[in-house]
Design a protein around this ligand. Structure first.
Ligand code: HEC
Ligand code: HEC
Length: 403
C-alpha cells in the first residue's frame, strides 16, 4: 500500500498509457500475421502458363527421311480439365517442397526430385521418410509433360499425371500418409487457404485440388533453354550443324540422328526435339520399350507388372533426355553411374531379351551392337551434355519457396 501511495498521479497515468499502447501493439501484431510469411513467394506469381516454346517444340522440322519424328507439342499430355495457371502452379510448387506432407515431416517430393539434379535423385535408390529405399531409381521430371499416352512411372502404372502425383504421398516407403491425413495436414497449415483460394476460387482443400495443382507445377517444368535449344534456334532444322556447338558436339549430334548405323539411331526411341518417347502407334498399347539391359527379367518385370501382357515384360518408359547429364545414375535401376557406361551399353552390351525392341535384333537373331569407336563415344557424351538446361535448374520459379 505504501508503495502505491508513493507513486504520483502522473506516474499512474504513464503506466496506464504504456499498458494501452502495448496491448494495441500486440493486437496489431496478431492482425498483421501474414499466413504466407514463412513462404518466399513473389507478390505477382511467376509465369507458368505462358511458356514461350521455341518453334522446334511446335513444328516438326525433321527433313524427309525421318518419317516417324514429330513436334514435341503433339505429345503434350495436359488434360482439358486441368490447364496450368500461374496460381495453380504456384500452389503446386509449395506442395512439392512441403516436408510437412509426409508421415514424420521429413520428406517432400523435392527430396527425391532435386532441381539441381534435373529433378531426379543422385542416389541409385531414394530414401523414403523412414530411411527405407524406393524400389526403382527416381525419374527426372523435366519434360514429363511430353509423353503421348500420358502414363507415368517406369512401368506406366499411373494412367495420368493427376493420378501419379497422389501416389508418393500414399506410398508406404516414400511419404507414408493416407489421402485423408494428407488433406488434414494441408488444411492445418495456415498458408494453404489463401493459395487454394487463388488457384481455385475458394478455400476448399481436397485431394483432387492437391493433385491438380501438383500436376500443373510438374507440367510447367519444361526445358527450352539448353545449349541445344540455343543453337537450334539459329538454324532451320535439327540435322544442320549448330553454330554454337563445338566440332565434337556437332559430330555427336550427327551420330545421335544418324541413318547409317547398324540399327536405327538413338533418336528412333528418344524422339522429337524434346528427346522423348515415340508417339503411340495406332492400335498400340504401350510406347515403353526394351533397350536390352538384361537377357531375362527377374525381379522387375516393367510394364508387364501393370498390364499383365506378356510381351511387355522388361519394357520400361523412355524418359526425356533433357538434363540427362545431371541425372546420374541412369536407367530404371540406376545401374549405370556415368553417361560413358550408358554409351558402352549401346555399343557392346545389348542383351537378347525376349521383348528386345525388334530393330535391335539382327537378321540371324542376335542383338545388334552399335560398336562405337572411342572417338564416337566421346562425341555422343559431348552431345548429351548439350541437353542440359542450366537456367532451369537455378530458376527461382522452380525452387524451394520455404524460407
Ligand atoms: C522417396 C522418394 C520419392 C518421393 C518422396 C517422391 N518421388 Fe516421385 N519418383 C520416385 C521414384 C523412385 C520414381 C520412379 C518409381 C517407379 O517408376 O516405380 C518416381 C517417379 C515420379 C514421376 C514419374 C515421372 C515419369 O516420367 O513417369 C513423377 C511425375 C513423380 N515421381 C513426381 C513426384 C511428386 C509430385 C512427388 C510428391 C508428391 C514425388 N514424386 C515424391 C521417388 C520419389
Ligand atoms: C530401342 C529404343 C532405344 C534406343 C535405340 C536407344 N534408347 Fe536410350 N533408352 C531406351 C529406354 C527404354 C530407356 C530406359 C530403359 C530402362 O531404364 O529400363 C533408355 C534410357 C536411356 C538413357 C538413360 C535415361 C535415364 O533417365 O536414366 C540414356 C542416357 C539413353 N537411353 C541414351 C541413348 C543413346 C545415346 C542412344 C543411342 C546410342 C539410345 N539411348 C538408344 C530406349 C532406347
Amino acid at each position: 500500500m505504501l508503495l502505491f501511495k508513493r507513486l504520483s498521479r502522473s506516474t499512474w497515468v504513464l503506466i496506464l498509457i504504456s499498458l494501452i499502447v502495448s496491448i494495441a501493439a500486440c493486437k496489431k501484431d496478431s492482425d498483421n500475421t501474414d499466413p504466407l510469411a514463412e513462404l518466399n513467394l513473389p507478390s505477382t506469381p511467376y509465369d507458368y502458363e505462358n511458356i514461350v516454346f521455341p518453334d522446334h517444340y511446335l513444328t516438326n522440322d525433321f527433313p524427309a527421311g525421318f518419317p516417324f519424328q514429330f513436334a514435341a507439342m503433339e505429345s503434350d499430355n495436359t488434360p482439358l480439365d486441368n490447364p496450368t495457371t500461374n496460381e495453380g502452379a504456384t500452389l503446386g510448387r509449395v506442395l512439392f517442397y512441403d516436408k510437412k506432407l509426409s508421415a514424420n515431416g521429413t520428406i517432400s517430393c523435392s527430396s527425391c526430385h532435386k532441381q539441381a539434379n534435373g529433378f531426379s535423385d543422385d542416389k541409385v535408390l531414394s530414401d523414403g521418410f523412414q530411411g527405407g529405399k524406393t524400389r526403382r531409381h527416381s525419374m527426372g521430371i523435366v519434360n514429363a509433360r511430353f509423353y503421348d499416352t500420358g502414363k507415368f512411372f517406369w512401368d506406366e502404372r499411373a494412367a495420368t499425371l493427376e493420378d501419379q502425383v497422389l501416389m508418393p504421398f500414399q506410398d508406404a516407403v516414400e511419404m507414408g500418409l493416407t489421402l485423408q491425413q494428407l488433406e488434414q495436414i494441408v488444411q492445418d497449415q495456415l498458408y494453404y487457404a489463401p493459395l487454394f483460394a487463388d488457384a481455385f476460387g475458394d478455400e476448399t482443400i481436397n485431394a483432387d485440388r492437391i493433385s491438380k495443382a501438383l500436376s500443373q507445377f510438374v507440367r510447367s517444368i519444361v526445358s527450352v533453354n539448353s545449349k541445344y535449344d540455343q543453337g537450334r534456334v539459329l538454324v532451320n532444322n535439327p540435322i544442320l550443324d549448330f553454330p554454337n556447338f563445338t566440332a565434337e558436339e556437332n559430330l555427336g549430334k550427327q551420330l545421335f540422328y544418324s541413318q547409317n548405323l547398324v540399327a536405327p539411331s538413338c533418336n528412333s526411341c528418344h524422339m522429337s526435339e524434346a528427346f522423348v518417347a515415340p508417339l503411340l502407334a495406332p492400335n498400340g498399347t504401350t510406347i515403353a520399350t526394351n533397350n536390352g539391359l538384361d537377357s531375362v527379367s527377374t525381379s522387375d518385370l516393367g510394364v508387364f507388372e501393370t498390364t499383365g501382357i506378356n510381351n511387355q515384360r522388361g519394357k520400361f518408359k523412355v524418359p526425356s533426355l533433357k538434363n540427362i547429364a545431371q541425372r546420374a545414375p541412369f536407367m530404371h535401376d540406376g545401374r549405370f553411374a556415368t553417361l560413358e557406361e550408358v554409351i558402352d551399353h549401346y555399343s557392346t552390351g545389348i542383351q537378347n531379351h525376349p521383348t528386345l525392341q525388334p530393330f535391335l535384333i539382327d537378321s540371324i537373331g542376335n542383338p545388334v551392337q552399335y560398336n562405337f569407336t572411342n572417338q564416337e563415344k566421346a562425341t555422343l557424351v559431348a552431345f548429351l551434355n548439350t541437353l542440359t538446361d542450366l537456367p532451369l535448374t537455378v530458376d527461382d520459379k522452380f525452387s524451394n519457396p520455404f524460407n
